[in-house]
Design a protein. Structure first.
Lengths: 100, 188
């Protein structure tokens, strides 16, 4: 039978995938994708805990995470478009202009 | 029985699709696999009995967020592969593996799981959507309104940031690109 720990392990694996993506990506759009992966992993963990403890609080937090992710994407993509207009690239190495 | 099959199928497919998202060089592949992985995560929510959350995941993530990403793709050139100067793979996988280990330790740590009391318990015989609605509009009313204001702010910010000079293309017009390049050079 599937228990809570199964879901938590899957959630941890997906979160680690997202973390590896954040660490190794250099393109800003791909970094956004990796953060989405991490947010979704946390949502799975919240929904699973909510189910196995028979408590609605986990689902509430998942709703607010989804709302925050939606607004983050709206503002972030606007910023990406402005950056692309200015520099013609989304690579973090091209955008790094504060070399000490 | 079906739950077990569905769980393992969904988890294997989700992990595979998200690996494609993280590792792929092509933006379109990454975006499509991200969208399908999110559909499968909605499947997880349906297995867990969180029907309303699953529907919200489908509408907001797969519908709105991915549509926003695909609109943004029209500004960037999606057909060519992304060239990334990767940091050393060994370091990344060492850091990722260590953080995965920390995560497993956190989840395996002895927590007081027996003493956890349900703060807002689910009711028998009431649908998930009704339950969620009652808790959301009584106990979580203030965070709900704050989230609404935050979404409004995000909408205005998105319009203002992306809406300027929408009439000239970013990728097609080579003269504009040259102009940007010359400006960049002058600034340097």
């Amino acid at each position: 039978m599937i228990g809570l720990s199964h879901y938590l392990i899957v959630s941890a694996i997906i979160f680690s995938i997202g973390l590896v993506g954040v660490l190794r990506r250099r393109n800003l759009l791909m970094l956004f994708f990796a953060t989405e992966v991490m947010l979704n992993a946390v949502n799975i963990a919240f929904a699973a805990i909510s189910h196995y403890y028979n408590d609605l609080t986990g689902q509430m937090f998942a709703f607010f995470i989804i709302a925050i992710a939606a607004s983050e994407v709206a503002v972030g993509l606007g910023l990406l478009i402005v950056l692309y207009k200015k520099y013609g690239s989304l690579d973090l190495d091209d955008l790094a202009n504060m070399k000490g | 029985m079906y739950e077990v099959i569905a769980f393992y199928l969904f988890s294997v497919l989700t992990i595979g699709l998200f690996l494609v998202t993280v590792m792929s060089k092509n933006v379109l592949y990454a975006m499509t696999s991200l969208a399908s992985g999110m559909v499968l995560i909605a499947g997880f929510f349906f297995i867990l009995g969180a029907d309303f959350l699953g529907v919200v995941q489908l509408i907001v993530y797969v519908g709105a967020v991915m549509a926003l990403y695909s609109f943004a793709m029209m500004f960037f050139d999606a057909t060519k592969d992304i060239k990334e100067k990767n940091t050393s793979a060994a370091l990344v996988f060492l850091l990722g593996g260590m953080s995965a280990l920390v995560l497993v330790l956190i989840f395996a740590a002895p927590i007081h799981s027996e003493t956890i009391q349900a703060l807002y318990p689910m009711h028998e015989g009431v649908g998930n959507a009704q339950d969620v609605g009652i808790v959301l509009f009584t106990k979580y009313l203030v965070p709900f309104e704050v989230a609404a204001v935050m979404l409004l702010v995000a909408m205005i910010a998105g319009i203002i940031l992306a809406g300027k000079k929408m009439d000239d293309s970013l990728t097609e017009d080579l003269d504009a690109d040259d102009e940007i390049y010359i400006q960049l050079k002058d600034e340097k």
